[in-house]
Write a protein that binds this ligand. Structure first.
Ligand code: NDP
Length: 257
C-alpha cells in the first residue's frame, strides 16, 4: 500500500501533524515531516523509524514562499510526492472582533490560510505532471460553525474550505484530489490552552468551557490526534479515489454538516 510514494506533512513535529505523519508512514508512505526548526522533528522521525517506516525531516516555514518552495523541491527529490497534508496552523487570538488588532488578524491568516495556499501551490505542478495525488488541508470545525472570540481563526479555516473546493474543481481533470479534514476539539496541550482562553473570555470555569466541547458531542468526548490522522490517511489512500472537494469532520459528532 503506497510503497514508493512520498507524503509531506507540514507541522509534523508535534500534536496532530505528528500523528498524521505516523499514520501515513504506517500506510507505506515515505514521509517528509516539516516544521520551522528541524531539530524539533527528531522525535517524530525516530518514532516512525522505530515502527519500521521511513521519514525525512525538512525545515519549512509555511508563511515564507521561498522556504516552502525549497522544501517542495527537496521533497520532490526524494521520490514521487503523492500526498501533501497542509496541517501547520496556529490558534490566533481569542477576543471580541473589535479588540483584535490588524497585526494579530493578519498573523493568524498568514499561517492558517496563506500557509495552505503556499504549500499546495508548491506541489500542484508535480502532481499534475504525474496525473495523480491527494492534497489534504487540516481545517477545523470552527471553519463550519462559530466559536466565540475566534473570528480570524474561523475566517482562515472557512477560507481553507473554499480553497479546497475550488482547487478540487481545478485539479479534478488531472486526477488530483483535494480535501479538508475538520477536527473538533482534539485532546492535547493546544486545546487545554483554547479552553483556558475560552473560560477567561466567557467568564466561566475551565471545567465549564471544557463541558461546552464534550457536551456538544454525541460521543461525549474530545477527539484523539490519531483519529484525525486516520481520516487524513483515508483521504490519502486509493480507497478515497472518488472523494474530492470534501470537508470531512472528525469532531466526535459535534458538527454533522
Ligand atoms: P500544535 O500547536 O500542537 O502544532 C502546530 C504545528 O504547526 C506545529 O508543528 C508547528 O510547528 C506548526 N507551525 C505553526 N506555524 C508554522 C509555520 N509558520 N511554519 C511551519 N509550521 C508551523 O497544533 P495542533 O496539532 O493542535 O494543530 C494542528 C492543526 O490542526 C492546525 O492547523 C490546527 O488549526 C488544526 N486543528 C486543531 C485542533 C485542536 O483541537 N488541536 C482542532 C481543529 C483544528 P513549529 O511551530 O515548531 O514550526
Amino acid at each position: 500500500m503506497n510503497g514508493g510514494r512520498v507524503a509531506v506533512v507540514t507541522g509534523g513535529n508535534r500534536g496532530i501533524g505528528r500523528a498524521i505523519a505516523g499514520a501515513l508512514a504506517d500506510d507505506g508512505f515515505a514521509v517528509v515531516v516539516t516544521a520551522r526548526d528541524p531539530a524539533t522533528l527528531a522525535d517524530t522521525v525516530a518514532e516512525i523509524e522505530k515502527a519500521g517506516g521511513t521519514a525525512v525531516p525538512l525545515a519549512c516555514d509555511v508563511r515564507d514562499e521561498a522556504s516552502v518552495a525549497a522544501m517542495a523541491a527537496e521533497a520532490a527529490g526524494l521520490g514521487p510526492v503523492h500526498t501533501v497534508v497542509a496541517n501547520a496552523g496556529i490558534a490566533g487570538p481569542t477576543a471580541p472582533l473589535h479588540e483584535i488588532g490588524l497585526d494579530a488578524w493578519r498573523d493568524c491568516l498568514a499561517t492558517d490560510l496563506d500557509g495552505v495556499f503556499l504549500t499546495f501551490r508548491a506541489f500542484v505542478p508535480g502532481l499534475v505532471e504525474r496525473g495523480e495525488g491527494s492534497l489534504i488541508a487540516v481545517s477545523s470545525m470552527t471553519g463550519k460553525r462559530p466559536l466565540h472570540g475566534r473570528t480570524p481563526y474561523a475566517a482562515a479555516k472557512m477560507g481553507v474550505i473554499g480553497l479546497v473546493r475550488t482547487l478540487a474543481v481545478e485539479l479534478g481533470p488531472h486526477n488530483v484530489r483535494v480535501n479538508a479534514v475538520c477536527p473538533g476539539a482534539v485532546a492535547g496541550p493546544r486545546i487545554d490552552d483554547v479552553i483556558r482562553k475560552q473560560a477567561t473570555a466567557r467568564g466561566v470555569s475551565e471545567e465549564e468551557a471544557l463541558r461546552a466541547f464534550t457536551e456538544a458531542s454525541p460521543l461525549g468526548r474530545l477527539v484523539e490526534p490519531v483519529e484525525v490522522a486516520r481520516a487524513c490517511a483515508f483521504l490519502a489512500s486509493d480507497g478515497a479515489a472518488a472523494i474530492t472537494g470534501e470537508d470531512l469532520n472528525a469532531t466526535a459528532g459535534v458538527v454533522m454538516y
